[in-house]
Design a protein. Structure first.
Ligand code: NDP
Length: 315
């Protein structure tokens, strides 16, 4: 039986509707949560992400504003901008779109964000709160993974969870959240020995690698839940053929690839659908949750900054 598809678009829409209702109640009390997005220079991919985030803010009823300092900005100039945003009461969340230009000390800029407004959850203060099971702001993609599991009624406590990838923004915090939810967690990376064997232990397998279709069926225990975080743009026809050649169920993908010359694919090979119990698609899996959880974090930050009780969505 093919894996159950975990529909990230539907889950994200549910979260957005809940948030829109919350925001309406807050508006009646005269509070409108606000997000400031800082986008430095002209990175086409970043511009697309930021556009999506601003649009999502509007849909949920949040206030949002964009700051677009030039590519030549210095660390000091960006820190000054962040400090200004930190001081403004109507701004509850500050998001610095990465990557920053090479002359900028990204760590210094991220450290300048007030931890209470750090809606990306990257500040060391929030990393520490997460690792000591205290309430803080949790990175959006890992928080989204937990929402997919929770809202799909997939048990976590006592399960073997394997995370492939140890980045500060996805792999590590995903591992920490799974551990906090009482899974037995293994975090793998490029030096892990016999990766397929380690992955085969997983009841929940999270792939956050950045390599198209690397996780093949021999990585997956039959019936496991597979969360595919990867977002890889494939343009090489040979690569596309390796991933989608053959089975007729991919005919829609084939059409899109032929028309556009590119397709977005995850770290998980499509053949895994024949082995896994449940699987997040790419696109339409984790991606929509990342934006929904950014909205959630902005509302959460607003509630905390403005002294309103926080609902228990993403722990
Ligand atoms: P990074 O490049 O920061 O981290 C990749 C991780 O994968 C590293 O820990 C690396 O190991 C590990 N890795 C790389 N190659 C291998 C290998 N052959 N075997 C085992 N481990 C390997 O990426 P991110 O964490 O930022 O992102 C991961 C993926 O998730 C990307 O495709 C990205 O686009 C996507 N993403 C998707 C989001 C969404 O909303 N859906 C949000 C954020 C990211 P090592 O540390 O040893 O180098």
């Amino acid at each position: 039986m093919p894996a159950t598809v975990l529909d990230g678009i539907k889950i994200a829409n549910d979260i957005r509707s809940e948030l829109a209702a919350e925001v309406k109640i807050m508006a009646a009390a005269g509070v409108r949560p606000g997000l400031a997005v800082v986008l430095v220079g002209h990175n086409p991919a970043s511009e697309i992400y930021v556009r999506g985030k601003v649009k999502a803010c509007q849909e949920v009823g949040l206030y949002s504003e964009q700051h677009t300092p030039p590519e030549t900005s210095t660390t000091a100039e960006l820190v000054a901008l962040i400090e200004d945003l930190n001081r403004r009461e109507e701004i509850d969340g500050i998001l610095v779109q990465l990557p920053l230009p090479p002359q900028v000390d990204s760590k210094k800029v991220l450290l300048a964000v007030d931890p209470a407004k750090d809606v990306d959850g990257f500040h060391p203060m929030n990393v520490g709160l997460l690792s000591t099971q205290r309430t803080g702001l949790v990175p959006c993609t890992p928080a989204g993974i937990m929402e997919i599991l929770r809202r799909s009624h997939i048990p976590v406590a006592g399960q073997e969870a394997v995370v492939v990838g140890r980045s500060d923004i996805v792999g590590k915090p995903a591992g920490m959240l799974l551990l906090n939810a009482s899974a037995t967690v293994t975090i793998c990376h490029s030096k892990t020995r016999d990766l397929p064997a380690v992955c085969r232990r997983a009841d929940i397998l999270v792939a956050a690698i950045g390599r198209a279709g690397m996780v093949t069926r021999d990585f997956v225990k039959p019936g496991a839940t597979v969360i595919d975080v990867g977002m890889n743009k494939v343009t090489d026809p040979a690569e596309f053929e390796r991933l989608f050649g053959g089975p007729p169920q991919h005919s829609k993908r084939v059409e899109i690839f032929r028309a556009k010359g590119a397709t977005l694919i995850g770290d998980v090979h499509p053949e895994v659908a024949e082995v896994a119990g449940a699987l997040t698609p790419v696109p339409g899996g984790v991606g929509p949750l990342t934006i929904a959880m950014l909205m959630y974090n902005t509302v959460k930050a607003a509630r905390k900054c403005r002294g309103i009780r926080v609902p228990a969505l993403a722990k």
